[in-house]
Design a binder for this molecule. Structure first.
Ligand code: GLY
Length: 389
């Protein structure tokens, strides 16, 4: 088990990464926040609750009140937040209540936002259940929901009181989601941690076989990297932007495919390949480094093949949230273990990077063949008590 301290101007808290945490989650939360309040709520998804609800409740003297959010981006809305707020009120929530977000990235983002605005803010704890949520979205306090006009367009910075990344719950995560999440760990290594890059190169077999020690190492290193960055730039005005390596064209790919073809991590994988090409053209990384990092991305593949026109991707990249005042921002690696934000990427460079990425995406190289349909959640029975979404 590893404990990583997150120390931001607005809050300080621990992220615990280790095996079998949820079975003893109540005393763990109590240790992190002090006495458990009278009313504890857990926001989760029906599939996660069906798989892990019993284990989760085992350590509570009085089980928390369960609130449900159906899986899928289309439920990440202000409407869901209103419904959940009303359910909490009807169940007796007050300003001293605690909310636990127990699920993937969507549950974490919606739960965090609900906690940020319910009665002007209540404490919450993150218990992420996907690899991607464990290494990225549960840490750092970004919360929010989508609007029809764009993803995460309404939200807030609200830091959790603690994060518990339980490696045990990853046992039921579909293979494709694990691999997609691992792209964020590759990103962590490229921008800040060359030891992590080396470890992921040398131990891909153990990581992909879900060896608990190997997973713990990769998860803890990824979180440590993010904690260090968030501590220096909690509100995302400077350094924190480097966490978006691969995201400019990654978001463009997601948007151009209507969020129906790629998991977020897969889009980031392709986006990192474009960023590596751009960095190579600018002399920010060597040919050897570029080839080495592309190999690493493909080692944790396959990334799904794509057939898209360059012009469509270039147009979609204009709508990126990182573009402030019309400036197109790109995060590019500087060697292995460092990165910078550039604001002067020309249209010709963008087109060349998109062409390079799409030429590779047309054949979808890397990994063993796994073309399972886009999963939102592990297939399993319905949640006890059914969904109240
Ligand atoms: N996922 C990027 C960030 O938290 O800033």
């Amino acid at each position: 088990m590893q404990t990583i301290r997150v120390d931001t101007p607005s809050a300080k808290y621990d992220v615990i990464a280790g095996s079998d945490l949820i079975q003893t989650i109540a005393p763990r939360i109590q240790r992190a926040i002090g006495k458990l309040p009278r009313r504890v709520f857990v926001l989760t998804s029906p599939p996660i609750w069906a798989l892990w609800g019993e284990a989760f409740c085992a350590s509570f003297a009085e089980p928390p009140v369960a609130l449900f959010l159906e899986p899928g981006e289309r439920f990440k809305t202000l409407g869901s937040v209103e419904r959940l707020s009303r359910e909490m009120l009807r169940a007796g929530a007050d300003r001293g209540s605690l909310l636990i977000a127990f699920g993937g990235g969507i549950v974490g983002d919606v739960g965090g936002f609900l906690a940020a605005i319910f009665m002007r803010g209540i404490p919450y704890v993150q218990v992420p259940t996907t690899f991607l949520a464990q290494v990225d979205s549960s840490v750092g306090g970004k919360t929010g929901v989508n609007l029809p006009e764009g993803k995460n367009m309404v939200g807030s910075f609200h830091q959790p009181r603690a994060v518990f990344a339980d490696i045990g719950v990853l046992a039921t995560l579909p293979e494709r989601e694990l691999k997609a999440g691992l792209m964020e760990s590759i990103k962590a290594g490229i921008i800040r941690d060359r030891t992590l890059v080396r470890y992921m190169e040398e131990h891909a077999d153990l990581v992909l076989a879900r060896d608990p020690k190997a997973l713990e190492k990769v998860i803890a290193a990824s979180i440590r990297m993010k904690a260090g960055v968030v501590a220096k730039d909690e509100r995302d005005f400077g350094l924190r932007m480097i966490l978006n390596l691969g995201h400019t064209l990654g978001h463009a790919l997601e948007q151009a495919t209507a969020y129906k073809v790629l998991l977020h991590g897969e889009a980031v994988g392709w986006g990192m390949i474009a960023a590596l090409y751009l960095a190579r053209q600018r002399g920010m990384i060597s040919k050897t480094q570029m080839e080495r990092l592309e190999r690493l991305i493909h080692l944790y593949g396959p990334l799904p093949p794509l057939k898209l026109r360059v012009a469509k991707i270039v147009a979609a990249s204009g709508a990126d949230k990182k573009n402030i005042g019309g400036v197109r921002r790109f995060v590019l690696p500087v060697g292995i273990g460092d990165a910078g934000v550039v604001e002067d990427v020309t249209a010709a460079e963008l087109e060349a990077a998109a062409s390079y990425m799409l030429a590779r995406a047309a054949i979808g190289i890397g990994g063993a063949s796994d073309r399972s349909p886009l999963p939102h959640h592990p297939a399993c029975g319905s949640a006890p008590g059914g969904s109240r979404s």
